[in-house]
Design a protein around this ligand. Structure first.
Ligand SMILES: [Zn+2]
Length: 403
């Protein structure tokens, strides 16, 4: 596009006017943000989050591709990974529990020619090792890994005003591709405290068909018999149940979900979800599946990503306009569909390359969501349950793996 001199001058003038107008607006937004309530360590329960990618970019940076292309991971983290977690600030905010989700994009996307990647289980253990190293090192003052539900209970019983209080951290894995097609991999992961595994993710990797997350991942349209749960997928569920690992159904297609209901006997999790009635995305749960998960005493974690929670025409619209009200609306709807608030929790998906609402981009800002839920439900007990107690109680009851 070539500009005439007149058009160019007009553009510059418009930009200058934009800055002049948005300057005061931005500073007034700053004032507004100061009015948001903060949480702190005097609040007994603040947040138990079913799904946070605590180390995704660190892992990407330290893989051969990331080491060779540092600019790529820098740009991805700086401009695409908009939500995040600061351990120190989250500790100050009194966050209770984080399910740390390990996801290896390289084993999922780049292993296509050798699918499934036989090195995936070893890579998954390396991801767990890295997080454990950090938990023994720089983030030790703020967080503590627990390797079974007994340890989790003890860690969560420490009052947050006590110097021994830490955010309780649990290992979880997103994407059955982490097993590399080897059922035996589950046992070694269970032994070190894997609490939950998401069966499928962006692509069907031989376990279950995956809902289409992006237009350029057309997996949901793959031909039969790839539409549901595979035979290997059934074996995975059975082995997970034997080992006491919780099955996470998010990312499955509705057909795969039906197969999972048939194959499983234990309560299920959908860790970072939205209701399809409010958000027309292939990842969102249809009403019948919301009710089935609740009926089986499962739990649905609500994702804090308005693009997936509503029907914004474009991602840019969601990025610029969306707020926590999209999250609250989904929570209200899920509570109604489940028939009880006890089956609903939070699974933010923060630091997982999502967009996030304009008024909450860091986990430590969770006081904003809590305040809005208090306005919505008018009952602190219900809010505490949705924000933390439901997830904690669910894990205590259903997580049986670990050492
Ligand atoms: Zn996900």
């Amino acid at each position: 596009m070539t500009y005439t001199r007149r058009e160019f001058s007009k553009t510059i003038l418009k930009a200058a006017a934009g800055i002049a107008v948005s300057g005061p607006m931005l500073s007034s937004l700053g004032c507004a943000s100061r009015r948001y309530p903060k949480t702190d360590r005097t609040i007994p329960r603040v947040l138990a989050d079913l799904h946070i990618h605590v180390d995704i970019n660190d892992w990407n940076k330290n893989t051969p591709l990331g080491i060779e292309n540092p600019l790529l991971t820098y740009v991805a983290d700086k401009f695409v990974n908009k939500t995040g977690l600061d351990w120190k600030k989250s500790h100050e905010a009194g966050v209770d529990l984080i399910c740390a989700s390990h996801f290896n994009v390289f084993d999922e996307w780049l292993s296509m020619p050798t699918d499934p990647n036989p090195h995936a289980p070893a890579n998954t253990h390396r991801m767990m090792d890295r997080l454990e190293q950090k938990l023994r090192g720089p983030i030790e003052p703020y967080a503590r890994l627990v390797k079974n539900s007994g340890e989790m209970k003890r860690s969560l019983a420490i009052p947050k005003t006590d110097p021994d209080y830490r955010i309780t951290v649990v290992h979880t894995v997103e994407g059955g591709h982490a097993l590399g097609g080897d059922l035996g991999a589950l046992e070694s992961m269970a032994k070190r405290g894997l609490a939950m595994l998401t069966l499928t993710h962006f692509f069907n990797k031989g376990i279950a068909s995956a809902g289409n997350s992006f237009p350029f991942f057309p997996d949901a349209n793959s031909d039969w018999p790839n539409q549901g749960l595979s035979e290997f997928g059934r074996e995975v569920i059975q082995e997970m149940e034997n080992l006491g690992i919780i099955v996470d159904v998010i990312h499955s297609t509705p057909t795969a979900m039906e197969d999972i209901f048939e194959a499983s006997t234990k309560p299920l999790v959908s860790s970072h979800s939205a209701a399809r009635t409010l958000s027309d995305h292939p990842l969102s749960l249809i009403d019948e599946h919301i009710q089935e998960i609740a009926h089986r005493n499962g739990i649905i974690g609500v994702i804090i990503d308005p693009y997936l929670l509503s029907n914004y025409a474009t991602l840019t619209q969601a990025e610029t306009k969306a707020t926590l009200s999209d999250v609250v609306r989904n929570i209200r709807y899920l509570v109604k569909m489940c028939g009880s608030h006890k089956n609903v929790g939070i699974g933010s998906d923060f630091a997982g390359f999502i967009t996030g609402p304009t008024d909450m981009l860091h986990i430590s800002q969770v006081g904003r969501l809590r305040a809005m839920l208090l306005d919505e439900f008018g009952d602190e007990r219900i809010v505490n349950d949705i924000m933390a107690n439901n997830v904690i109680e669910f894990l205590i009851k259903n997580w049986h793996s670990g050492v």
